[in-house]
Ligand binder design. Structure first.
Ligand code: ADP
Ligand code: MG
Length: 681
């Protein structure tokens, strides 16, 4: 058995399991070894209910005192409530959508529950704990790893296979430079990996974790810095000559640029006039006017004979951009084209042909732009919108279609500046921190379940005025399927409530085409109320949608709430956001308060860093960086700072990473970043 062997060489893994593993990005035994638990359950000892503290995880044992199940079909959360006692105190155990397990619990029976204790109206509560009936052989007393799994692979199986390959952990050799290991007091890799999967005590998990987080961040940061250094070496990029060629376009705009836009444009202009290719990230809240800035840059490129390309994450967004670009550029005789995979083959062929001949000056599209047959005559500027949806990889693929073209990346995902500097090691950063004048702030109001009727009456009033509304269903699980269920229940309820209107549902378990069709109908005004899980596309612009209701908003993180709210307030009309929650938790109250207080993505991002509760989704995925297995870029920002210094030292001594001592580091960088970096490394 070797690290590079495919996992189907293991006993019990056939073609079917292999497919399931692929969904977890596991194809080799090494991948499996590096598939880390997302948490641990310390099931070594039970704790008396009177001794549990709010906010921590515990294993408690007790007898079911009472059981209540609220199963009305129009209630959105079919809530199962159990009262459990161990004679020292009582704890309430609740399950949302408890309909599938309600029959499993009988009064008087003994169960163990493992989960986080919260407080609900002065009573101790566990929501969605793991549970075992007394005598269940799986109810072991140990520290248990809990892995990210997928349909067709259970926790139990995952643990079994980790056991099967355990012997390999002994062969893992130290591959980091000895002085880095020493300076940062890192555990060696075999200790780290073994203790991550088979911990005996909490301390060894922490030591192992620290090492693995450190090494993962080091691979990331060295890769990013390497790319930045490569870019800086390039001196013969596309260089513009005339600093004033954007003026004509700016004059044609029906508004003046905000201060933030002007400053951003100034930096971009400087980049474009330099011989070094531009490599810039523009961050700005939704509606801050990033697109216009991109347009000015494209206009300038065109004036000196270069083509520009703009990539958006979805067809809908691409079409949206195409429409406004065409509208803004046509009068100057600039030809805008679009390329999406759903287009007819003949249309595509024509676009690609015109592009090659230079008859299309500006091209907008989706991932279809990356296809190898899409070639430009003279590509000077590559723009990606909502960058967090793309990998670093895809951005590189697109820019490889030009000869060191300028690169502009736009995102509305708020990231605190300190973090962004480290994350986007390969980009310069501009922030548009001002909003166009006259924009009405979204009014944000909080309420609880008792206010729902009032809130939905308000929504109805807006609908009567031919406005549209979003209703976001609560997030229940990490699984799309279960979330779809809760959204469906809400949809059924609202269909009745708004029977005079068109109500539609969109959720993550649907096919992309289905989602696109519904989103398109919504943007055309053919749907009045859109019920959805969090899938509402980032950047979707439906100015006629003026209200958003977010149910069980305590289940969303701040960054997410902000993103969601950004879907309304995009037209001239006053817009509203309703945050519904019954949660008594301090954290969620603080979050709601923040949302009601400010509309600024940057204030919210800073707060998010401070308040960040467990389970919030602010992952690497959102930033277009490679996916991390164990590191969390927000939570581990202080480790990241240390790592950055080390990565700089490594590259200072070995700029091309060609020395033998960096061989494994190089291999890991290639693996993390994928094929595009391979061309360079
Ligand atoms: P985003 O940053 O979300 O991509 P857009 O570029 O789509 O924002 O701009 C949102 C809207 O604001 C567009 O309709 C755009 O025309 C308008 N806009 C942009 N800049 C200004 C400005 N300086 N003054 C007034 N309206 C502006
Ligand atoms: Mg935009």
């Amino acid at each position: 058995m070797n690290l590079d062997d495919r996992i189907d060489t293991l006993k019990g893994i056939g073609p079917k399991k292999l497919k399931n593993f692929e969904r977890l990005n596991i194809t080799t035994i090494e991948d499996l070894l590096y598939h880390f638990p997302r948490k641990y359950e310390d099931r070594r000892n039970t704790t008396l209910i009177k001794e549990v503290e709010i906010g921590n995880d515990y294993l408690v044992e007790g007898i079911i005192l009472s059981k209540r199940y609220d199963g009305s079909p129009y209630k959105k959360n079919n809530l199962l409530r159990l009262l459990v006692t161990d004679d020292t105190d009582i704890i309430e155990v609740v399950f949302f959508n408890g309909k599938y397990i309600v029959g499993y619990f009988n009064i008087g029976e003994k169960f163990s529950f493992y989960g986080r204790v919260s407080e609900n109206k002065d009573r101790k509560q566990m929501a969605h704990p793991e549970f075992y009936k007394k005598g269940d052989p799986n109810d072991v007393r140990a520290i248990i790893p809990v892995y990210p799994v997928t349909e067709g692979i259970s926790q139990k199986e995952m643990r079994k296979w980790q056991h099967q390959i355990r012997s390999l952990t002994q062969n893992l050799k130290e591959w980091l430079p000895p002085d880095i290991v020493k300076r940062n007091r890192l555990a060696d890799p075999s200790f780290a990996i073994d203790n991550i999967h088979f911990p005996k005590e909490k301390k060894s998990i922490l030591q192992g974790k620290y090492r693995l987080i450190f090494e993962e961040l080091l691979v990331l940061e060295t890769g990013l810095l390497f790319m930045k250094k490569q870019d800086m070496e390039v001196n013969e990029g596309v260089q513009l000559k005339n600093p004033d060629s954007g003026g004509e376009f700016i004059k044609s705009l029906p508004f003046v640029l905000t201060k933030g836009q002007q400053e951003t444009f100034k930096s971009i202009k400087k980049d474009l006039l330099s011989s070094k290719p531009m490599n810039r990230l523009v961050q700005g809240d939704v509606g801050s006017g990033k697109t216009v800035i991109a347009e000015i840059a494209m206009f300038m490129m065109h004036k000196e004979g270069y083509q520009s390309v703009m990539m958006a994450p979805t067809e809908l967004l691409a079409k949206q951009h195409f429409k406004s670009l065409k509208n803004d550029f046509e009068k100057f005789g600039i030809r805008t084209g679009i390329l999406c995979s759903s287009m007819k083959a003949a249309e595509k062929r024509k676009t690609i042909e015109d592009l090659k001949l230079g008859k299309i000056h500006i091209l907008v599209g989706t991932h279809a732009l990356i296809e190898p047959n899409v070639l430009f005559k003279n590509l000077g500027l590559v723009i990606t919108d909502e960058q967090h949806r793309f990998g670093v990889n895809q951005r590189m693929k697109l820019s490889n279609k030009g000869n060191n073209p300028n690169i502009l990346v736009m995102t509305a995902t708020p990231i605190p500046r300190t973090l962004a500097v480290i994350l986007y090691g390969d980009l310069d950063i501009s922030i548009i921190d001002t909003m166009p004048e006259g924009r009405k702030k979204v009014k944000t109001v909080s309420g609880n379940t008792k206010d729902r009727n009032k809130i939905y009456s308000f929504v109805k009033k807006q609908l009567k005025e031919h406005k549209q509304a979003y209703v976001v269903a609560p997030l229940i699980e990490e699984s799309d399927k279960i979330n779809a269920k809760s959204a469906e229940e809400l949809y059924e309820e609202l269909k009745v409530k708004f029977k005079e209107y068109n109500v539609a549902l969109v959720h993550g378990a649907m096919k992309q085409e289905e989602k696109d069709t519904i989103m398109e109908a919504f943007s055309l005004g053919n749907i009045d109320v859109l019920v959805s899980t969090v899938v509402i596309e980032v950047g979707i612009n439906v100015p006629n949608a003026t209200t958003m209701v977010i149910e069980n908003c305590e289940r969303f993180g701040l960054a997410q709430l902000h993103q969601l709210r950004g879907r309304v307030g995009r037209g001239g009309d006053q817009s509203y956001c309703f945050l519904i929650s019954d949660s008594e938790s301090k954290l969620s109250k603080k979050r709601i308060e923040t949302m009601c207080k400010t509309n600024s993505g940057f204030i919210i991002a800073e707060e998010d860093l401070l308040q960040r509760g467990p389970g919030e989704i602010f992952g690497t995925r959102q930033h277009g960086l490679p996916e991390m297995h164990i590191a969390d870029l927000v939570r581990h920002v202080n480790i990241l700072e240390k790592v950055k210094t080390e990565a700089e030292l490594i590259l200072k001594e070995d700029i091309n990473l060609s020395s033998k001592s960096n061989l494994i580091l190089k291999k890991k960088i290639k693996k993390m970043f994928g094929e595009e970096i391979r061309l360079q490394l």
